[in-house]
Design a protein around this ligand. Structure first.
Ligand SMILES: Nc1ncnc2c1ncn2[C@@H]1O[C@H](COP(=O)(O)OP(=O)(O)OP(=O)(O)O)[C@@H](O)[C@H]1O
Length: 259
């Protein structure tokens, strides 16, 4: 076990996938770290290994080489300690269960521990994500954005210290996505959860993150690590400021250099 000074610490991570048809170097020598309570956006073109990197942290993919620590633990130990929750692009709700029952699901499967007495209840989590009054609704009665809110509430069950989000708003319309971006910043402030957030969008990466890790493709590697020098208290109007526009240009340059 290592000193848990960082929430996530990846050192020289490489991942190779070997199939019958080809060998792909999905990640080559990737290093980054995130402070406890930090918000890191992972930005890059399709195929640069963003999802793979998130999956390495989540103990879903084993790196071919390199070291990963999550709060000083291996990814496997962090998974067993339920230190992180995962939100996918698809909300992946069970259609026969209500919103509340979907949030409660992890308590029923996989031998999940009962909630600690001070942990937010499933009802409180639905309120946190703005779904108070919708507890009894089924997924087909909810909009895409509402379904994604349910999946965020489910990932926050048990109070994980880390939230891993793999393009959670990628399939939503722009208006809903904007609204959820603001909501996620609020949730982050309220819960103080460390967040790793995968996106293709320069604007989303900057609006959400305190830091942006820009990845380049073929092989997936770090093109730049850019601190987001914007006020912590943000609303969408910040995208019209000169500071935002200048930073967007920096990130686009970093993406361009990596191609
Ligand atoms: N399980 C796997 N087996 C073989 N190759 C894989 C596997 N998972 C990912 N890859 C390959 O690794 C590379 C990186 O994929 P990954 O999904 O991590 O990229 P990404 O940046 O998240 O892409 P996108 O933005 O399109 O979702 C791709 O070339 C992909 O084909």
């Amino acid at each position: 076990m290592r000193a848990p000074s960082n929430a996530v610490d990846c050192r020289n991570i490489s991942v190779r996938f070997v199939t019958d048809r080809r060998t792909v170097t999905a990640l080559h020598d990737v290093s980054f770290s995130v402070n406890p309570g930090g918000f890191l956006s992972l930005l890059g073109p399709s195929g640069c290994g963003k999802s793979t990197l998130l999956r390495v942290v989540a103990d879903l993919v084993s790196p071919s080489s390199g070291d990963v620590s999550v709060f000083g633990m291996s990814p496997e130990e962090a998974r067993q300690a339920r230190s992180f929750g995962f939100v996918f692009q698809d909300a992946a709700l069970l259609p026969w269960r209500t919103a509340l029952q979907n949030v409660e699901l992890p308590l029923e499967v996989g031998g999940c521990r009962p909630l600690a007495s001070n942990a937010p209840t499933p009802r409180e989590l639905l309120k946190l994500v703005g779904l108070e009054g919708w507890e009894g609704s089924f997924p087909h009665e909810l909009s895409g954005g509402m379904r994604q809110r349910v999946s965020i509430a489910r990932a926050l069950l048990g109070g994980p210290r880390l939230l891993l989000m793999d393009e959670p708003f990628g399939a939503l319309d722009e208006i809903t996505r904007d609204r959820l971006n603001e909501e996620l910043r609020r949730i982050w402030h309220e819960t103080k959860t460390t967040i790793l957030f995968v996106t293709h969008s320069v604007y989303e990466a900057m609006f959400l993150g305190e830091q942006v890790l820009v990845l380049a493709a073929n092989p997936g590697r770090v093109a730049a690590t850019v601190p987001v020098d914007l006020p912590s208290d943000r609303d969408l109007s910040i995208r019209e400021t000169q500071a935002f526009v200048t930073m967007a240009s920096t990130l686009r340059d970093a993406l361009g250099r990596g191609i």
